[in-house]
Design a protein around this ligand. Structure first.
Ligand SMILES: Nc1ncnc2c1ncn2[C@@H]1O[C@H](COP(=O)(O)OP(=O)(O)OP(=O)(O)O)[C@@H](O)[C@H]1O
Length: 299
C-alpha cells in the first residue's frame, strides 16, 4: 500500500505538488494521471526518496521509502528507463542490481525471461537498446527484488502493442497476487483497461480519485427540446447544473423524470430525453483537466 498525505513540494516560490492526498491499495492497479507538468513525477520522486517533501508525507508499506531496509526488496521503481548506464549491458545492470539486493544470479535469468529480453539482447550495451527494450529492462530491474509494491512512471512509453498487452497482463497478475501497483501514463485507453483505481492530478492538486467504476459512472441526463435556450434558463433557475452540448441539446445533472417535469411545467416540448452515456476516461480526463492542460499553439 502507498499512502500520500497532504504532500507539498515547492521549488522556490513554485508549488509543484499542492496538498496531495491519496492511497494506492494492495491488490489493485492505481493509475496516476495528469497533463504535462501536473506533478506526477515529482510525487513519485518524493515517494521513492529521490526528492524530499516540503511538507506532508508519502509512505510505502507504512514506512517512508528512505527508512525501508533494502528498499528494492519491498518496492520496485521505474521512473526513467532512459537513465540507465548506456555503456553497460542489460545483463550487467541486472547482475549489479541482484548483487545489491542480495538475490542470486538465477533471478536475473528469470527476470530477463519475464520481460522478454533474449540472452543475446541482454549482452548488448544499453546505448543500443530501443526505448521499448529499455522499458523492459527497467521493469526487470524493478521486479528483481520480488517487491510487494511497484511505482512506475510511464512504463508503457515506447512499448509496441504486443509489449503493452504483455505489460498489462504482468501488472494485472502482480496486483491479483496482492501487490500494489501505481503507474502514471498518458495512454488513457491503456489506463482505462488496466487500472482498478484512478487518481487525477492537475497543477499539483488532486482533481479526482476513486475506483474506475465510480469515476466513469454516467451521471445526469441528456435532453433536446423545441426550445433549448428557454429550457436551459428554466432548469438553471431550478438550481440544476446544465451544460450546453456542442452538437445541440443539454446535459443536466438530474434524473430524467425531474427534467421532464420541469419542461412540462414550462410548456416546452421535448424531442429527446434519456440518461447520459458513460463518458470514457479520455472525456473525463479532458473535462477535469481542461483548465490545466497546455494549449498547443501554432508558432
Ligand atoms: N527540480 C525542479 N526545479 C524546478 N521545478 C521543477 C523541478 N522538478 C519539477 N519541476 C516543475 O514541477 C512541475 C511538475 O513537474 P512533474 O515532472 O512532476 O510533472 P509531470 O506530471 O510528471 O509531467 P509530465 O507528464 O510532463 O511528465 C513542472 O512545472 C516542473 O517544471
Amino acid at each position: 500500500m502507498i499512502q500520500v498525505e497532504n504532500l507539498v513540494k515547492t521549488y522556490g516560490d513554485f508549488t509543484a505538488v499542492d496538498d496531495v492526498t491519496f492511497t494506492a491499495e494492495a491488490g489493485r492497479v492505481t493509475g496516476f494521471l495528469g497533463p504535462n507538468g501536473a506533478g506526477k513525477s515529482t510525487t513519485m520522486r518524493v515517494m521513492t526518496g529521490l526528492t524530499p517533501a516540503t511538507r506532508g508525507s508519502a509512505t510505502v508499506l507504512g514506512t517512508p521509502y528512505e527508512a525501508l531496509q533494502n528498499p528494492g526488496r519491498h518496492v520496485g521503481v521505474l521512473l526513467d528507463a532512459s537513465a540507465q548506464h548506456a555503456g553497460r549491458t542489460g545483463r550487467e545492470v541486472l547482475s549489479l542490481g541482484a548483487m545489491t539486493l542480495g538475490v542470486g544470479e538465477k533471478r536475473v535469468d528469470q527476470m530477463l525471461e519475464v520481460v522478454g529480453l533474449t540472452a543475446k539482447e541482454s549482452k548488448r550495451r544499453i546505448r543500443n537498446y530501443s526505448l521499448g527494450m529499455r522499458q523492459r529492462l527497467g521493469l526487470a530491474n524493478a521486479l528483481l527484488g520480488d517487491p510487494k509494491v511497484l511505482i512506475l512512471d510511464e512504463p508503457a512509453n515506447g512499448l509496441d502493442p504486443a509489449g503493452i498487452r504483455w505489460m498489462r497482463d504482468l501488472l494485472g497478475t502482480f496486483a491479483a497476487e496482492g501487490g500494489t501497483v501505481l503507474l502514471s501514463s498518458h495512454l488513457l485507453h491503456e489506463i482505462e483497461r488496466i487500472a482498478d483505481d484512478i487518481v487525477v492530478i492537475g497543477r499539483g492538486k488532486i482533481v479526482a480519485s476513486g475506483t474506475k467504476e465510480e469515476l466513469l459512472r454516467p451521471s445526469g441526463c441528456l435532453v433536446r427540446s423545441a426550445d433549448d435556450e428557454t429550457l436551459h434558463r428554466v432548469l438553471s433557475g431550478k438550481g440544476l447544473d446544465v451544460l450546453v452540448l456542442p452538437n445541440g441539446g443539454l446535459q443536466v445533472e438530474a434524473e430524467t423524470a425531474a427534467v421532464g417535469q420541469v419542461a412540462a411545467e414550462a410548456g416546452i416540448a421535448l424531442v429527446e430525453l434519456r440518461g447520459a452515456d458513460s463518458q470514457g476516461l479520455e472525456e473525463m480526463f479532458l473535462t477535469l483537466t481542461s483548465d490545466d492542460a497546455r494549449q498547443e499553439t501554432a508558432a
